[in-house]
Design a protein around this ligand. Structure first.
Ligand code: 13P
Ligand code: SF4
Length: 306
């Protein structure tokens, strides 16, 4: 039996639901019951009736599913699938930074650890961040973390007083402006679309900036036939599937492979997915006290996103 078939059988045996992010390899996306951005994944997991959720994404996505669904078993094919943004913001340092400010209102990107979520007032993702910022009382100073590029983008868009944690995404930070300009000259009709985790000099050239789901939607709805895509390359799989007649060009980066692949996301493989379903492990386990604290700002985000 081939691996794909074996995964399907194990999934059926467990009655599990497979939820994947757009940055997973194409074969995993094709096996998933649901593929989406971080907000849509959280919303899907919250309403799913399955008792076992297999999250094919990074750890903060699986932890989010667990925080919202304590009664469910949440599996992640590789527990080492972290995120440079979440890693950059550790509880002790963040608490120290927060305490230095006068009564800040903490808006935390979902790419963060549960301990950091527990220290926050509300969570946001790249698809609802502007709405979440707009909901913050106007007299409060916003402390935003951990992504400094998304933070700077939101600060500019909202005009709000925001203090930024200085984390970065190791994938989005490597896009190269000079190479991008060259590519734009070679493809003058192409629409340049970018994730807000990119640096400002990259976003300045974008015709459209948005979350992974928003970029996908834009690529479907816009009349252009060519798109230069500045985010993790896994999204090209869905873009090409949705618009087979259009051309999608991966934005140029400075990583060794020039592949714009997130090394954490790509730790999940078909083999590990199969083992995970077969062994019902690795599982996300969380102390109930932490889960309850992390749940508050997450639920607030979901309320504000309805
Ligand atoms: P989205 O919420 O846009 O899917 O982004 C998640 C992410 O990790 C971007 O690097
Ligand atoms: Fe984290 Fe960047 Fe990977 Fe997204 S692409 S999971 S932000 S390291």
């Amino acid at each position: 039996m081939d691996l794909i078939q074996k995964i399907k059988e194990e999934k059926k045996r467990l009655n599990a639901v497979l939820v994947a992010h757009f940055y997973q390899e194409g074969a995993i996306q094709d096996l998933a019951d649901f593929v989406g951005d971080s907000l849509a994944m959280a919303q899907y997991c919250e309403t799913s009736e399955a008792q076992t959720l297999v999250v094919c994404g990074v750890r903060f996505m699986a932890e989010t599913a667990k925080i919202l669904n304590p009664e469910k078993k949440v599996l992640l094919p590789d527990l080492d699938a972290g995120c440079s943004l979440a890693d950059s913001c550790q509880p002790k340092a963040f608490e120290y930074f927060k305490n230095k400010l006068k009564d800040p209102y903490v808006v935390m990107y979902i790419n963060s650890n549960p301990e950091i979520k527990a220290l926050s007032d509300v969570i946001c993702t790249s698809s609802n961040a502007e709405k979440i910022i707009a909901s913050v009382p106007p007299d409060r100073t916003i402390l935003f973390g951990p992504d400094r590029h998304l933070g700077r983008y939101l600060k500019k868009k909202s005009g709000r007083d925001m203090v930024l944690w200085q984390g970065v995404c190791i994938v989005h930070e490597t896009f190269n402006e000079e190479k991008l300009l060259k590519l734009m000259l070679e493809h003058p009709q192409a629409q340049v679309i970018a994730h807000p985790e990119c640096e400002e000099n990259i976003l300045n050239h974008a015709h459209f900036v948005g979350s992974t789901a928003a970029l996908l939607k834009y690529s479907q709805e816009n009349k252009a036939q060519e798109f230069i895509v500045l985010t993790e390359s896994g999204i090209l799989h869905q873009m090409q599937k949705a618009s087979p007649h259009k051309t999608f060009i991966q934005g140029p980066d400075d990583s060794g492979c020039n592949c714009a692949e997130c090394p954490y996301m790509r730790l999940n493989t078909l083999e590990k997915l199969y083992e995970c379903l077969k062994n019902e492990s690795p599982e996300i386990i969380m102390a109930e006290s932490l889960r309850l604290e992390a749940q508050k700002p997450l639920r607030k985000m979901l309320e504000l996103s309805r």
